[in-house]
Design a protein around this ligand. Structure first.
Ligand SMILES: *[C@@H]1O[C@H](CO)[C@@H](O)[C@H](O)[C@H]1NC(C)=O
Ligand SMILES: *[C@@H]1O[C@H](CO)[C@@H](O)[C@H](O)[C@H]1NC(C)=O
Ligand SMILES: *[C@@H]1O[C@H](CO)[C@@H](O)[C@H](O)[C@H]1NC(C)=O
Length: 382
């Protein structure tokens, strides 16, 4: 078993992050480019910085003869806008930190600094267009666009910030294929191609994030880890959103098919694991899952920890070394579960972890997500 360092817990506890770090809002965005409501001129400036333009898809959706997207597809568009707004906020904060030389973000070599800012400026503008595109599709279908929340970022240095960008990009890459599948199931085929173009785009970004700093190989896996809309929406809300600051959260959560799960903290090394089989420590607050979970406080025996890695069958593990502690959040269950790394079939890249009732159907990422009581725990190896 590996030792646990509190300083390494990047993703563990929203409350402590929120109180420690300043929140980001677009109202105090130092870059002032009009986002998320740019004028026509400001949009042209964003498009130049992004090296390309908004697609025609939103214009086509305005065509009165084309079919309106289903309610579920509108939820996906709202989710995409919600996520992309967060990404823009993150890269805006990062660019500002590097430009102004905030402690932990200073780059002494001016050439190196300029090259990195060139990369990040394009990425930020591209994310702005992703957000505007999703909001444009909502507006074209007479729906309110999603407005930004206030955000908290756990990172205080460049290397950790880029590693975090890689982690949330991994989650996006896990999720957009789920969104495409839902579009197809809803008969909204016209929305699939544009999402596909963004998947490749985010993959290009991630190759850069992976090589930067930690020097990982740019392409993590032959088939990236599968996710679901609910896992990604939960991870965003649990880790980066200042609670109660999202103007349109209810527009999204009005759809009964979207959920914010109880958080599942990965206590071991903030989820950045060594490539080896090991016990990993997790924790969650009982009261968060109580309404869905029929067990009693001390009866965790009916629960399992499930891992999703690559496009392979989910892996179920038993709770071990369970401890119950009483804290400010009520009873916390801390447990360990084996992480059966083998470097091929299981363990490289992103792994999502979820607590489910042991009797659940865990045959696919979709059924695991449907049964999830707490998650996603976020684990990365290599
Ligand atoms: C609107 O849809 C009709 C029927 O599919 C098509 O003929 C027309 O070209 C479309 N117009 C625009 C502006 O996309
Ligand atoms: C920018 O710096 C502030 C102050 O250290 C920090 O709280 C914030 O998380 C940083 N932003 C990013 C994206 O790391
Ligand atoms: C700054 O970085 C560039 C590119 O890596 C390198 O060529 C140059 O020698 C560096 N300058 C200094 C002063 O170290």
């Amino acid at each position: 078993m590996r030792s646990v360092s509190a300083a390494a817990l990047v993703f563990s506890c929203v409350a402590s992050i929120a109180s420690a770090a300043p929140t980001f809002t677009f109202n105090n965005d130092p870059l002032h480019n009009g986002f998320p409501n740019p004028s026509a001129d400001q949009l042209t400036t964003i498009e130049k910085a992004a090296h390309g333009s908004l697609p025609i898809a939103a214009a086509a959706a305005k065509n009165a003869t084309s079919k309106a997207p289903s309610a579920d597809s509108l939820t996906s568009l709202r989710f995409i806008a919600f996520n992309e707004l967060f990404e823009v906020a993150f890269f805006t904060s990062l660019i500002n930190n590097i430009t102004t030389g905030v402690d932990g973000f200073k780059i002494s070599n001016a050439t190196t600094q300029k090259l990195l800012l060139d990369d990040l400026t394009a990425i930020q503008a591209q994310e702005e267009l992703h957000a505007l595109n999703a909001n444009g599709a909502l507006k074209a279908n007479k729906q309110d666009p999603i407005q930004p929340c206030q955000y908290v970022f756990p990172t205080t240095n460049l290397e950790d910030a880029i590693a975090l960008a890689s982690k949330f990009t991994d989650i996006v890459l896990a999720t957009l294929p789920d969104v495409q599948t839902r579009f197809a199931e809803n008969g909204d085929n016209g929305l699939i191609r544009g999402v596909g173009s963004v998947i490749g785009q985010e993959g290009e970004q991630n190759g850069f994030f992976r090589q930067f700093g930690k020097g990982k190989i740019p392409s993590a896996l032959p088939f990236l880890t599968a996710g679901t809309r609910n896992f990604a929406f939960s991870a965003l809300n649990q880790n980066f959103i200042a609670p109660g600051t999202c103007p349109n959260l209810k527009d999204i959560t009005d759809d009964k098919d979207i959920a914010i799960f109880a958080p599942l903290a990965v206590e071991t090394d903030g989820g950045n694991l060594e490539p080896q089989t090991q016990n990993v420590k997790f924790s969650f607050a009982v009261k968060e899952v109580k309404s869905e979970w029929k067990g009693t406080n001390s009866d965790w025996s009916g629960l399992s920890l499930v891992y999703i890695n690559q496009q392979n069958a989910p892996v179920s593990e038993k709770f071990m070394n369970v401890q119950l502690t009483e804290g400010t959040q009520g009873i916390i269950i801390t447990f360990e579960a084996c992480f059966p790394f083998d470097g091929v079939g299981f363990g490289n890249g992103l792994t999502l972890a979820a607590v489910v009732p042991s009797s659940s159907d865990i045959s696919s990422v979709v059924t695991v997500s449907a049964a999830t009581l707490a998650g996603p725990g976020l684990i990365e190896v290599n």
